[in-house]
Design a protein around this ligand. Structure first.
Ligand code: TRP
Length: 367
């Protein structure tokens, strides 16, 4: 269906505090989009029901992180006056919609979803031991997106297969039942460093279990300590040695966080651009510690306002729950409106269909 409005929807599983990988991969962009004024509606939600699909024995973990992630959202500058912040489990329409979408997707199509494949491997769910809810979460994710008629979904590249599967469901639904749902578009981060920020140890991804994350809620000291021990170039032993940028985590982070203006300001004009600094490093003669020093300053410049805002919200936790509750009400209304259209399209709106009741009356009267 041709969308009438430009609508953003995105979210995160509340399984841990958010880290700077989330920030450059998605959060920073959301706040920019929110403040751009280019969108009619913005929904940002916590996928707690999805988090439970592989944490069904850890409800307390999910519950604890719902408030942590809400604080992270607000700290980053998501503004409840402009964006609807809500919690997935509080919107029963999403379950209802998922139930019907299940009939539009085959088991083999789900098995081919690359994200599901890797996640099943990562979690060691062997063969038949995959929880059905986990296996089918791409379907529920399609419900998350389409219930709000989202046109734009800003997420990391790992979510690409989810969006593709969602678009397939939309096409199949519209083909069978008539034009009802909107096909969403993915919005990926702008540069490679932001697409997949490695952990501080240089490993492919930040992950809580690897202990290689810098959290948005880390103190200034924690951030500095983590930067000091960051992975750089193992062949760069002496300052005079030529250094390598490839796989050098400090430079990947600088690419993700640091503007040329910041390079010039924090190095007192020694380098006008990040490229100049990189050139010096690869030539030899620039030590890792100087690069780390710049990264620390730039990270603090980014994280300090986030930390300050978080501290303000932490002082009034009931108000944060109230924000979420209000958000759930707004979200529920939007999802219910879509559900009405879906029920009508699927011919399961028995009681508000006068024509149906009349038609049946005539049929039985003529008997
Ligand atoms: N799967 C996403 C993640 O792991 C979270 C998510 C659930 C989501 N539903 C969504 C993201 C809908 C965007 C749109 O981060």
């Amino acid at each position: 269906m041709e969308p009438k409005e430009k609508i953003i929807l995105t979210g995160d599983r509340p399984t841990g505090r958010l880290h700077i990988g989330h920030y450059v991969g998605s959060l920073r962009r959301r706040v920019e989009l929110q403040n751009s004024g280019l969108y009619d509606k913005i929904f940002v939600f916590e996928a707690d029901a999805q988090a439970l699909t592989d944490n069904i024995e850890n409800p307390e973990k999910v519950r604890q992180n719902v408030i942590e992630v809400a604080l992270d959202y607000l700290a980053c500058g998501l503004d409840p006056a402009k964006s609807t912040l809500f919690i997935q489990s509080q919107i029963p329409e999403l379950c209802e919609l998922s139930f019907y979408y299940m009939d539009l997707v085959t088991v083999s199509r789900l098995q081919r979803n690359p994200t599901v494949k890797t996640e099943i491997q990562m979690r060691g769910f062997g063969g038949e031991s995959i929880p059905v809810g986990f296996f089918t979460y791409p379907i529920s994710q399609a419900a998350d997106i389409t219930a709000f008629k989202a046109t734009t979904v800003p997420v990391g590249e790992d979510q690409e297969p989810m969006l593709e599967q969602c678009r397939e469901i939309v096409r199949r639904f519209n083909h069978i039942y008539g034009d009802t749902l909107v096909e969403p578009n993915i919005l990926l981060p702008e540069n490679a460093a932001c697409l997949r920020l490695p952990g501080t140890d240089g490993k492919a991804k930040m992950s809580k279990s690897l202990g290689n994350c810098i959290y948005l809620s880390d103190s200034a000291d924690e951030v500095n300590r983590k930067v000091k021990t960051m992975f750089t170039d193992p062949t760069h032993l002496q300052v005079s040695d030529p250094g390598h940028l490839e796989g050098n985590t400090v430079f990947t982070y600088l690419d993700a966080f640091c503007s040329d203006e910041q390079v010039a300001r924090h190095t007192a004009g020694t380098y006008a651009t990040l490229q100049e600094m990189k050139d010096h490093y690869t030539r030899g003669g620039l030590g890792d510690m100087k690069c780390k020093r710049l990264l620390m300053e730039v990270l603090q410049e980014t994280l300090e306002p986030i930390r300050m805002r978080r501290a303000v919200y932490e002082k009034d936790i009931p108000a944060v729950y109230e924000i979420l509750k209000k958000g759930c009400e707004v979200a529920r209304e939007a999802a219910a409106a879509t559900m009405d259209e879906v029920r009508r399209a699927m011919k399961i709106n028995y009681f508000d269909d006068r024509a149906l009741i009349e038609e049946q009356s005539r049929k039985f009267a003529a008997k």
